[in-house]
Design a binder for this molecule. Structure first.
Ligand code: GTP
Ligand code: MG
Length: 240
């Protein structure tokens, strides 16, 4: 077992309705005829998110029973807020309606899976991706190909069937798989990017330091992974 952090409140019809009808997004408004469809859609995203998290819990339990090892350290879940959804539609010049959300936003439901070791990231992701009732829509492997700033994580978008009275609704869920060290790094980098009003020179200096930190953390991770493999009799990795 592991801790699950829910970074959102449950889908709440009256809250969503109030938000959609009161907020004017820079002169644009959500189509109010579609408020109830929006609420239904959010409920489907929430269902899809729970389907995936249950699958992850089952996989983690199986590893615990078979290998006495918990690959997942903890998990975070969140549904995008009404404001973030509308903000993203606006930024992309998309119409403010449910169809635009369904067709274009693949990260309304998001799960972050934080693993102990890099091997765990790939085994959990690969076992989940192989499950025959879900589809892999997109993979971005920023572990094999880190971003310029040093960001590392494995992003997979799954399509998950959510069964309603009207049948199966295949719904996207964005899953970010990463190690504790990658998560530690990404939290600080995120804070630097979004929450600071530091002068440009300071920002540039900290960004460079963060890039160095990303490389150091990667080296530490490989060394610790190798100790862990040795304890468990698995072959060593030399790459960093
Ligand atoms: P957007 O979701 O519109 O950003 O585009 P995308 O889906 O193509 O993005 P991508 O899959 O690259 O990243 C999606 C999410 O990963 C972001 O919302 C963040 O949570 C996380 N992420 C991506 N890049 C970074 C980064 O450089 N730093 C941090 N801290 N998080 C990142
Ligand atoms: Mg995204």
């Amino acid at each position: 077992g592991f801790v699950i952090l829910d970074r959102h409140s449950r889908v709440n019809a009256s809250g969503i309705k109030a938000r959609l009808s009161s907020v004017d997004y820079n002169g644009a408004r959500f189509d109010l005829d579609e408020v109830s469809e929006f609420i239904d859609l959010m409920q489907v995203y929430e269902g899809a998110m729970y389907e995936i998290s249950t699958k992850l819990e089952i996989l983690d339990d199986e590893f615990q029973v078979r290998f006495s090892h918990d690959p997942i350290h903890h998990m975070e879940r969140r549904l995008k807020s009404v404001d973030s959804i509308i903000g993203k539609l606006r930024r992309r010049d998309l119409p403010l309606n449910t169809r635009a959300i369904r067709d274009n936003l693949f990260d309304v439901a998001g799960i972050r899976v934080i693993c102990n070791y890099r091997d765990d990231v790939y085994s959990v992701a690969n076992y989940l991706s192989a499950q025959s009732d879900i589809q892999v829509l997109r993979v971005k492997d920023y572990i094999k190909n880190p971003k310029q700033n040093g960001y590392r994580s494995l992003h997979v978008i799954y399509a998950v069937p959510v069964f309603l009275s009207s049948g199966a609704h295949y719904t996207p869920v964005e899953v970010q798989f990463r190690t504790i060290a990658m998560d530690y790094w990404a939290s600080l980098e995120h804070a630097l990017r979004y929450k600071s009003d530091l002068p440009d020179a300071k920002l540039a200096e900290h960004s460079q330091t963060l890039l160095d930190c990303a490389r150091s953390l990667q080296n530490i991770e490989v060394q610790m992974q190798n100790i862990h493999r040795d304890i468990n009799g698995a072959p060593q990795v030399g790459d960093a």
